[in-house]
Design a protein around this ligand. Sequence first.
Ligand SMILES: [Zn+2]
Length: 83
Amino acid sequence: MALNCIFCHQCVVNTDSSKGHPVSIPPFGIAHSKCAEQDLLHKRVFKGLHIAELDNESFRELKEMVLAEDNVRNGITEEIDLF
Ligand SMILES: [Zn+2]
């Protein structure tokens, strides 16, 4: 098995720590943790969810769920009267 990062193609061992620690990216191989993070941000993938691939309706639902969860975590109730 190759010990090169699947993103930057540099060896994941014996490199400086600025690229993070080696992580396994099944089934593709291994990568630096920071390279993998950058790749996920670029693809807009979060915890396996491909955000860029959602249709508009699904994206709208996701956005509302995130905002609702944010409100709950900040102690803001859903019952606020906006009018
Ligand atoms: Zn890398």
